[in-house]
Design a protein around this ligand. Structure first.
Ligand code: SAM
Length: 355
């Protein structure tokens, strides 16, 4: 599968913003070495790779009634590990000091690559393993009386940083919840958090906030009731820059209540079953979903950063990087992958001239 002739496509018709978008059609070791020789050491902010999984399978590119070989995942275990070792070592040199790498794998090789990454990147740079949904394959085991193992329903993405002290913004996902009032008393027993409000002091348990904060929030609600109650509380909160906190006491309720504002986002953890990881839009056998790449690229890089995918397949990561105003470098050794990627990029941007 390895092509010896290296072709570098450069999108050069978008001025400065795009002058670093490079698509390589070659073995990615050649691409990595080319980049190292041409000033890209410590320059790449985010790498996403979705290498072969050590599955022993051949993958097709299906278009209408035709299917061609897209790539083969048939290396022996030791060859596969040598291949990954060489590439991950080179990729580490390309990543910037604040950068990180996401490696998409499944149960076939994840354990080997975790150990390899602990050696190449350092175990102190391990951040998370992220659980994502597997593709469309259904669990058909209900048909059988006995099974040899459970259906595998997830892939795993390993996330490593280049340096251990790098900090990242908490990753957010869209999530809508309405404003609500919650009880201000808690049964956690801290005497220092028991003070008098609305003429009463709890004998046990505690108020949820410290006294100064609670008094301020009571004052905020009283001001709203006295002067602004022609507006909904949520409107008032929005008009006051979404900063005010409120505490109230209704006569028919035993305890005061505090107001929880409406939410538009929530902080995500490492289980990403709320988004799709696979897609089937191009006919390229192992195509990943733009939802997955949007989450990784938008949450763990910023506009103008340089993103690279050295096993780019149908070009999902590159398409998303462009859409999110990041520069990108892509590479694949498969002619089918490069053809699909070129087509997709042309579709996603106004016009892309690939030379
Ligand atoms: C799992 S697919 C990537 C799919 C991609 N993430 C997408 O969304 O379409 C792996 C890709 O790695 C490519 N590949 C495998 N070994 C390679 C190598 N040594 N150099 C460059 N590309 C390679 C294959 O051709 C294949 O397209």
């Amino acid at each position: 599968m390895v092509q010896s002739a290296k072709l570098v496509y450069k999108q050069n018709n978008y001025g400065d913003l795009w002058n670093r978008n490079l698509l390589f059609h070659c073995d990615n070791l050649e691409c990595i070495n080319y980049l190292l020789k041409h000033g890209f050491e410590n320059k790449i902010d985010l790498v996403y790779i979705d290498p072969p999984f050590l599955s022993g399978e051949r993958y097709l590119h299906r278009v209408k009634n035709n299917s061609n070989l897209a790539f083969e995942d048939v290396l022996k275990e030791s060859e596969y590990l040598d291949m990954m070792q060489e590439r991950l070592s080179g990729i580490r040199k390309l990543i910037s000091s604040s950068g990180s790498i996401f490696i998409h794998l499944d149960w076939h090789a994840i354990h080997y690559i975790k150990v390899m990454m602990d050696q190449i990147f350092g175990s102190e740079n391990f951040r998370n393993e992220i659980i994502v949904k597997r593709g469309r394959r259904k669990n058909l085991q209900y048909q059988f009386n006995s099974i040899d193992r459970m259906h595998a329903a997830h892939d795993t993405i390993l996330w490593y940083s280049k340096l251990a002290d790098t900090k990242f913004r908490p990753p957010l996902a869209e999530y809508h919840s309405k404003a609500k009032w919650m009880g201000f008393w808690s049964n956690v027993d801290r005497p220092t958090m028991r003070y008098e409000i609305f003429g009463s002091k709890p004998a046990r348990g505690q108020w949820k906030w410290a006294k100064e904060r609670a008094l301020k929030a009571i004052g905020n609600y009283q001001l709203y009731e006295n002067k602004f109650s022609h507006m909904m509380l949520e409107e008032y909160w929005q008009a006051t820059s979404k900063k005010l906190e409120f505490v109230r006491k209704l006569s028919h309720r035993k305890y005061p209540e505090y107001w929880i504002p409406p939410k538009t986002h929530r902080i995500i953890d490492n289980v990403w079953l709320d988004i799709e990881a696979y897609n089937y839009s191009t006919g390229y056998g192992t195509e990943k979903h733009t939802q997955l790449l949007e989450r990784i690229i938008s949450q763990f890089s910023k506009p103008d950063d340089l993103i690279a995918d050295f096993f780019c397949g149908s070009g999902t990561s590159l398409t998303v990087a462009g859409k999110l105003s990041r520069h990108w470098i892509g590479c694949d050794s498969s002619l089918a992958a490069i053809a699909v990627t070129k087509k997709r990029l042309a579709g996603n941007f106004i016009r892309v001239d690939i030379h």
